[in-house]
Design a protein. Structure first.
Length: 125
């Protein structure tokens, strides 16, 4: 039996503002934006190349907007990711080096925190 993580809820205060940020600035693909009923709007966005998406909207989660920490994207090159995000107007940290990878950090307009990781090269077997 496989268990695949495919959707993570991100709590936001302004769905349209958050959707614009993730699509126009971070570069996620807009998969769905549906008003199911007056209490439920479902917006699903997917990072390019990812098997996992994020969901936001009204009636999606009761978590406090901006409370999500530790969301992580993995890229081949942290320098390129840094340059692309910065060019699109995302406030990103400088590239930071750790033994477990090179990272760039940013937050969405509500303060949900993201890391972008370039994995370290693995030693040849």
């Amino acid at each position: 039996m496989e268990y695949k993580l495919e959707l993570v809820a991100i709590p936001v205060t302004d769905v349209d503002r958050a959707k614009r940020f993730y699509v126009e600035q971070v570069g996620f693909h807009a998969d769905h934006d549906r008003v199911v009923n007056p209490e439920l709007r479902f917006v699903q966005l997917t990072p390019p190349g990812s098997g996992c998406s994020i969901a936001m909207g009204s009636g999606i989660t009761d978590a406090e907007p901006g409370s999500v920490r530790g969301m992580q994207l993995v890229v081949d090159d942290a320098d390129i990711a840094h340059a692309e995000l910065k060019e699109r107007g995302v406030e990103v940290s400088d590239v930071q080096e750790f033994p477990w990878g090179r990272f760039v950090f940013f937050s969405d307009p509500d303060g949900n925190a993201w890391a972008v990781q370039e994995l370290p090269q693995r030693a040849a077997a």
